[in-house]
Design a protein around this ligand. Sequence first.
Ligand SMILES: [Fe+2]
Length: 162
Amino acid sequence: MPQIPDNKDACELLDADHIAVKHLFVEYARLATAAPDDSAADRTALALKICAELTVHAQIEEEIFYPALREALPDAGDLLEEAEAEHQEAKDLIAQIQALGQADAEMDALVARLNGAIEHHVKEERDELFPKAKAAPEVDLVALGEQLRQRQAELAGQAATT
Ligand SMILES: [Fe+2]
């Protein structure tokens, strides 16, 4: 993950993740188109980085962000259930990419599908979930941002040592 300034609130922090991973998807697609035969090692590294970053992102959303919203926003239940179902779809694609382990046409197709799934996830958070969270006085987005940031650092540290 890129360095996140400590003052980002929960929505800003999560959206910074969305933007960072989008850059990785764009770079992957560029390499897959421009140099499919010569960029396999770089694409493999990018794909594994995308998977690692999205895994942490989904985990901090599920552990911290979604439960806080579920408690504060009873009418967001359906939206949160849908978000969790979509996380599961992304996790299945991530598992398939990790199992392949090497960039090839099959991985290119899986990464493209994952990109589409994440674009959808990002759109729903930006258009629906974040505005609801921002409008709810009982949701402390600054405190949640701090919790997300700490857990993200912890998980990134674990990934780096395993
Ligand atoms: Fe997200």
